[in-house]
Design a protein around this ligand. Structure first.
Ligand code: PLP
Length: 295
């Protein structure tokens, strides 16, 4: 089905809101929704390549994990969630891009206290069409600056409380960089919207272990398993921002960037200021392997 167009001729997406497929200009969520008032919502972003979903089962598993950690209900089955993803990809003719899914605890008159059982969760999904494979970041790499990690203590839950990461990206931009890595006690936690990796001089990849301090990235986990399978040593340990600045290479992982080369940290160039060979090899492996599993 062709996307509808607004009076101005701008392509109008079809979005999903609580059981209905509607033009984006007609989609409505209550002003009393707890995600709007309290940030009481969780989300997932799954990428689409060749019209197919990448790493989808892992995204669903993490949605359940986030919901469980917050005592939030999911009233829609996994099969239905997959069907909604596919319907939106098809209606909006997405060949390459992402599907954003947000689940909130629901809408109720404003009160800090809540009774989840009496609330009907809000489920919203929409697509974004954009290049993911052949991008400026993939070709040229990204410049990173470090910022203190001032987020709350449950960064392992994928909530919509993204003000600090958003401000972090703006600070990176104002410092002439593309993104920021967050640092706690000298140790890198993660990127504003991605997991952080370095490559040692001996060619091992290093990323910090999972804990409440970072999001268990779907791309991180997939990449680590492909790396191990292909013989690239993986060290799951903490690393300092100083070690990162002296690393042979560095990169980030996320569902929409996949493996993104880092070419400088706080102005210190890595791998000669261009994407490093280990990183580019891992990006290729990730794309090949995840496409094989795309659904
Ligand atoms: N870390 C943070 C803080 C994120 O927001 C994200 C993605 O949004 C990631 C890591 C990467 O996770 P994934 O690979 O599942 O996209």
């Amino acid at each position: 089905m062709k996307p509808k167009h607004s009076k101005q001729g701008i392509a109008m997406r079809t979005v999903y809101v609580n059981g209905a497929y509607v033009p984006e200009t007609e989609a409505k969520v209550s002003v009393f929704d707890r995600a709007f008032l309290f940030g009481d919502g969780i989300y997932e972003v799954a990428s689409v390549l060749g019209g197919k979903l990448i790493d989808f089962p892992a995204h669903i598993a993490r949605l359940h994990r986030s919901a469980n950690e917050l005592g939030m209900r999911i009233d829609v089955s996994d099969e239905e969630i997959l069907a909604i993803h596919r319907e939106l990809v098809s209606r909006n003719e997405v060949e390459e891009g992402v599907v954003y899914m947000q689940l909130t605890r629901g809408a109720v008159d404003r009160d800090f206290m809540f009774d989840t059982e009496k609330l009907k969760p809000t489920l919203v999904l929409f697509t974004q069409t954009r290049p993911l494979v052949d991008t400026a970041v993939a070709r040229n790499g990204m410049k990173i600056v470090s910022i203190p990690d001032l987020r709350w203590g449950r960064c392992d839950i994928k909530t919509v409380q993204l003000l600090y990461p958003s401000l972090g990206k703006m600070e990176a931009k104002s410092r002439g960089a593309d993104d920021a890595w967050m640092v706690r006690d000298g140790v890198v936690t993660e990127g504003t919207s991605n997991n952080a990796f370095i490559v040692t001089k001996t060619g091992a990849i290093v990323t910090r272990p999972l804990s409440n301090a970072i999001l268990p990235g779907i791309t991180r986990a997939a990449l680590m398993s492909y790396s191990t399978a292909s013989g690239t040593p993986v060290e799951e340990r903490e690393f300092t921002i100083d070690e990162a600045r002296e690393a042979a290479e560095a990169f980030i992982t996320s569902a929409s960037v996949f493996v993104g080369p880092v070419i400088s940290i706080d102005g210190v160039e890595l791998s000669g200021g261009k994407p490093g060979p280990v990183t580019l090899g891992l990006r290729k492996t990730y794309l090949e392997e995840s496409l094989k599993r795309a659904i």
